[in-house]
Design a protein. Structure first.
Length: 233
């Protein structure tokens, strides 16, 4: 049974309003049922309006933990840092009351920081309530990049690792990423896409034979965790 939803919106604004409301409901439900909830997010420019909308929502933020799906191994003050993006656009207004757990550690490399990052992330109860993904034009998601040397280890369903260092061949910076098993250990996955080009990439990924060529396919073809694709022009 395919558990995935594909939702198209006429405008980015309508998508943001609908998705923010759904995320808010899931976080509120998590706090009501378990006294806490978690939201894991991705970087890039696409989620910035969503972050801004969530930041102003009246939610039980003091009981919500926010973290990242992946991170570039740069200083948190860098403009290329996902942590910086989240602090600037999401951990504001009402959402400033949430707890934030970064992925970047003081270690010199992501490979050296795996244990410290995992030790921080393990504080977040699993399954995660909401996890928001993006997708690159090469079909990568999180920092699961095609052609990366340790992609196979990061998508191994038997892996017990929460996070893993990744060095993309086609993008700058060493990265830290959640592994595929960690991503799938969620109550609800969202794939947030904008633009006709991303829609074409999504169609190509759905038709692709080899998931290694377009790692987003690992998420699209799995049937263990509900996935909702939100797309707007």
């Amino acid at each position: 049974m395919n558990r995935h939803e594909f939702l198209e919106f006429s405008t980015a604004e309508l998508l943001v309003e609908t998705l923010a409301t759904r995320i808010g409901d899931l976080l509120t439900e998590g706090v009501r049922k378990r006294a806490q909830a978690s939201l894991l997010v991705s970087g890039g420019s696409t989620p910035i309006p969503l972050f801004a909308r969530l930041a102003g929502m009246e939610l039980p933020w003091q009981h919500v933990t926010i973290s990242l799906v992946d991170e570039r191994w740069v200083e948190p003050t860098s403009r290329d840092s996902n942590e910086s993006l989240v602090r600037t656009h999401l951990l504001q207004k009402k959402a400033a009351a949430a707890r934030f757990i970064p992925m970047k550690t003081e270690d010199g490399t992501a490979a050296e920081g795996e244990e410290h990052c995992a030790a921080a992330l393990v504080e977040i109860p699993r399954p995660y309530d909401c996890l928001i993904l993006g997708m690159g034009n090469d079909g990568h998601t999180a920092s699961l990049f095609p052609g990366a040397g340790n992609l196979a280890a990061a998508v191994d369903p038997r892996s017990a690792k929460i996070c893993m260092a990744m060095r993309p061949q086609t993008a700058p910076y060493e990265r830290m990423t959640l592994t595929l098993p960690a991503i799938l250990n969620s109550r609800q996955l969202f794939l947030h896409l904008q633009g006709e080009e991303k829609k074409k990439v999504l169609v190509k990924a759905q038709e692709a034979e080899d998931a290694r060529e377009m790692p987003i396919r690992y998420l699209l073809r799995q049937e263990t965790t509900p996935l909702a694709v939100y797309w707007s022009p």
